[in-house]
Each structure stands twice: as C-alpha cells, then as structure tokens.
Design a protein around this ligand. Structure first.
Ligand SMILES: [Zn+2]
Length: 318
C-alpha cells in the first residue's frame, strides 16, 4: 500500500517537474523575444517602387562620393534620356535643389563614444539644456521641428552657435500626413530643411524620422521614402539606446537608469532623448547622466554624415 502511494507521488512529482520546466522555458523564450522586439523594431516594410539599381545601401557605411545622388543624375533620368528604362516616380523630380551633395565616407568612431540626440525641440528648455551641455563641455545633436516663434528660432541659432549638430526631424511631426507618400514626406522635409538653413545657415545633411524609421504609420511607404532620401544623399539615424523620456510616467530616475544601462550594452551608442517644453525631467537629469558616463571614460560627440549610421538603424536591407 505504502509502496503504491509512494510510486503515485513520484509519478505526480515527475509530471509536476516537467510542467514547471516547460513553464520556465516559455517564460525565458517570452522574455528574450520581448527584449529583442524592444531593441529592434520589426522590418515589415513594403517593396520600393524604385528599380533595384537605384537603391542606395541603407546606412552610409558604403557610401562614396560617386554614389551620392546628384542633380545631374536626377535630371538625366527624369528627362527620359536613360536608355528606355521605366520612367522614375514623379517625386524624384520634386525639389531639384534638395540634394546632400558630396559626402565624406563613413569612418569608424572610437570606442565608448556616446551620441546624445534631442528630438522635438526647440523649446523653452533648449537654452537651459545648452547651458548644462556647456558646463560639461559636451556636444550633442538636435533633430528639430518647425517651431517659428521668436524664442524657438533664437534657440535654434544657439544650438549651432554653441557647436552642436542640427538635423531635420520633421516640420509638422504629423505622422499620418508626412508618411502618406514620398511626395508628402519630401514636402515636410524640404520645409524643415529650409527653415534650419534660413535660421542658422546650416545646410544639414542628417535627419531622424519622426517616430523612427519604422513606425505604425509608414509600413507601406517607408521603403520608398528611405530609398528616395538615400538617393538624394541624406543620412538618417535611428537609435540603439532609448532614454524612455517620451513614455508615460517617465521620471528623472527612470531616464537615468535607461540611459546608463543602455549605454553599457554597446561600445558606441546613439541615445534618444527629447527637448520639448514637457521634458523637464530630461533636463534635470542630464548633468547626472553626463557625470556618470564621463567618470566611466565615455566621450561625447556629434552626429554628422561621416558617422556611420548603420549600427543605429532599425531596419537593415541587405
Ligand atoms: Zn519626434
């Protein structure tokens, strides 16, 4: 009797162990998948309209001065001179001056370089942020939006005057509108590019997509837009470290933790931060972030077309 009971419990115990092992395995797989999805947005983009030969590699690593989109190339192909090939999409002929021109080939950055990037400014918190960066002799990159009030324009000028890099983010930041088609993207981009140029004198060659290069609004248009922007020679940057300062309930503490732990994961990082009037916590914690990273021998630099963008892109097209 006792023997039978013990065999029964042994069998129960064995099946319980198998069930819990399976449960743990499912948990581990779930956690790994979640982390992966969090770090790398899925690459679910539609096929581009453009012929494969016209595609530029995503990222500027392999870009050389000859492959850079030029006005001549655009005129030749749009006027139909190019030997019976299909006519290029009409948006390729829009904004004939909107080309980046010659780009310096991408160089490898030195280890432990951090690129702080601030999106969605300028705002009333831009000058205070610039003051913090000045205190610690740190240069950063600002991807700006189309604010045209006096304070914002002054802040935009200050970004450049104090030696930081400036790039296009979006004029309107209205996702549905800008990602509706390559033409509407170009319209928004050209407007922001011009505002930066007329305000600061900088003919910027770098940009960041509003919402990142892969988002819920550009599934059907991202490939065409990216291909067109690559053809024109502009370089975009996503990020590999998200401060989480745009998330609901973000605190100075959570921003600090996200940035420091994120930076520790990579030898070089592009850190996503924001500079709207609502980002007081980001401003508040910047000094602490900079001090910690400097103590850990990280150095800071600005993004520019010569910085290889490919390690920081969400979606890599082979
Ligand atoms: Zn944004």
């Amino acid at each position: 009797m006792i023997h039978l009971a013990s065999r029964f419990f042994q069998r129960k115990l064995r099946s319980l162990t198998i069930v819990s092992a399976a449960f743990v395995l499912i948990l581990v797989i779930g956690a790994v998948t979640f982390q992966f999805r969090k770090n790398m947005a899925p690459c679910h983009l539609a096929k581009p309209v453009m012929a494969a030969a016209e595609m530029r590699p995503i990222g500027n690593a392999q870009m050389n001065t000859q492959s850079t989109g030029s006005r001549e190339e655009s005129t030749a192909s749009s006027s139909g001179v190019s030997s019976g090939k299909e006519a290029p999409p009409a948006y390729q002929t829009m904004y004939p001056d909107l080309y980046a021109g010659e780009l310096v080939p991408a160089a490898a950055p030195k280890e432990k370089t951090v690129y702080l990037t601030f999106d969605d400014g300028p705002s009333n918190l831009t000058i205070p942020l610039l003051n913090v960066l000045d205190t610690y002799h740190v240069k950063a990159t600002f991807f700006v939006v189309g604010h045209t009030d006096r304070q914002s324009l002054k802040a935009m000028k200050e970004i450049v005057n104090r030696g930081h890099a400036i790039g296009v983010h979006s004029y309107t930041h209205q996702f549905e509108q800008i990602y509706a088609s390559p033409a509407s993207f170009l319209e928004d981009y050209a407007k922001m590019h011009d505002l930066i140029k007329s305000t600061t004198g900088v003919d910027t060659k770098i940009y960041r997509y509003a919402g990142g290069s892969v988002n819920d609004y550009n599934k059907n248009t991202a490939r065409d837009i990216i291909a067109e922007m690559n053809r024109r020679g502009y370089v975009y940057y996503d990020w590999n470290v998200d401060s989480g300062d745009a998330e609901k309930g973000a605190t100075a503490k959570s921003i600090y933790r996200n940035v420091i732990s994120g930076v520790h994961r990579y030898s070089n990082s592009v850190v996503l931060l924001h500079n709207t009037k609502f980002k007081g916590n980001t401003l508040k914690v910047m000094a602490k972030i900079i001090k910690t990273l400097k103590n850990e021998s990280y150095s800071f630099d600005v993004l520019g077309p010569s910085v290889d963008s490919s390690p920081y892109l969400f979606c890599k097209i082979p």
